[in-house]
Design a protein around this ligand. Structure first.
Ligand code: NAD
Length: 322
């Protein structure tokens, strides 16, 4: 069994999970089913990924075949930006649960600290960033406090066991902790050797918030969006220094990148549709890097964040992200 991280909500979260972003609808059911067979128990979904129905079908198949029970799984989902207004939260969570075919989420996160105007799911689902599905960005007036309070009520209603945040930076976290009756159990952020975020991780640790790392391979996830700074950087798994450390441990470079994160105390959620890579990522926990290896990898830090909405929508969202 993979190791777990004890959350401040009292629940155990698997340290190695499976990400569901960009898993095609056509294969998502089989991918989730195969990942369960490969040993994964945590699945990191979201409204925005547009594949929760199919992911739920994979879960249902594994449960019906007796491979796992619901309580063996740790299913994570996220609140999309257009559902931040308090009265929109519970209805959309209930829709997402129905899509998955489950009664509760183990963890439900605010996906981004960005509130956009509600888009009726009957009109477009998932809604994406634009009000008209094309170019118009319409903010909503919901504050993070309003949205967080609505998430807290999900816990008392049994719709999610734990709640958390994603893509939040220090200032917003400090603010949220002033009014939170339930503290965030986890913070999910982009994290790779080009974005080490030591201070943010220290803050989370000090405040008892577990950190989940996403996009552990750095630019690899973002090349397809034609981001100049993703194209300019060599893939981390092909970097000579990372490859040298990998050769020393007789492991693939990918496992070195994942182990660097887990040895820093973070949870990881890599994704692959290929069974061999799926297994390789899952087994990235059974060897140890030296302190020196960890320091060498951490020294790659350049403070480069790829998953910043202004990278996708340079002109329209600059007013939000500065
Ligand atoms: P990833 O780590 O899953 O993978 C990036 C790329 O590397 C993919 O093309 C993948 O197929 C490939 N890959 C995976 N394992 C590999 C291996 N062992 N060797 C070589 N290539 C490999 O990156 P990601 O999709 O950016 O992030 C992982 C998960 O994190 C997502 O699926 C999603 O669940 C979550 N996520 C969350 C947010 C957020 O805003 N909260 C943003 C991005 C991702």
């Amino acid at each position: 069994m993979a190791p777990v991280i004890k959350l401040n909500s009292g629940y155990d979260m698997p340290q190695v999970g499976f990400g569901l972003w960009k898993v095609d609808n056509a294969v998502a059911s089989d991918v989730v089913y195969n990942a369960i067979k490969a040993g994964y128990r945590l699945f990191d979904g979201a409204c925005d990924y547009g594949n929760e129905v199919e992911c739920g079908q994979g879960v249902a198949r594994a449960i019906s075949e007796g491979i796992v029970k619901r309580e063996d799984l740790f299913i994570v989902s996220k609140l999309w930006n257009t559902f931040h207004d308090a009265e929109r939260v519970e209805p959309i969570v209930k829709k997402q649960l129905a899509d998955w075919g489950i009664e509760y989420f183990d963890l439900y996160l605010i996906h981004f600290p960005v509130a956009l105007e509600w888009v009726d799911p009957a009109v477009r689902y998932p809604p994406g960033w634009h009000y008209d599905g094309k170019e118009e960005i319409r903010p909503s007036k919901a504050t993070i406090q309003e949205t967080w309070t609505a998430l807290e009520s999900l816990v008392s209603k049994g719709l999610s066991k734990s709640i958390g945040i994603s893509n939040f930076q220090a200032q917003l976290i400090y603010d949220l902790l002033r009014y939170a009756k339930i503290r965030p159990a986890t913070l999910q952020v982009e994290h790779h050797p080009y974005l080490v975020q030591q201070e943010l991780i220290n803050l989370a640790k000090r405040e008892g918030i577990a950190v989940t790392a996403y996009s552990s391979f750095g630019p690899a996830s973002f090349k397809e969006f034609n981001m100049k700074h993703a194209d300019a950087l060599a893939p981390l798994i092909e970097d000579e220094t990372i490859k040298k450390i990998a050769a020393k441990h007789n492991r693939p470079a990918s496992q070195v990148l994942l182990r660097w994160a887990t040895q820093r105390g973070l949870a990881i959620i890599p994704k692959s549709t290929r069974p061999q890579i799926m297994a390789e990522n899952f087994q990235s926990i059974d060897f140890d890097l030296s302190e020196e290896d960890i320091a060498t990898i951490s020294a790659f830090d350049r403070g480069i964040r790829f998953n910043q909405p202004s990278n996708y929508f340079p002109t329209e969202l600059l007013w939000i992200f500065g």
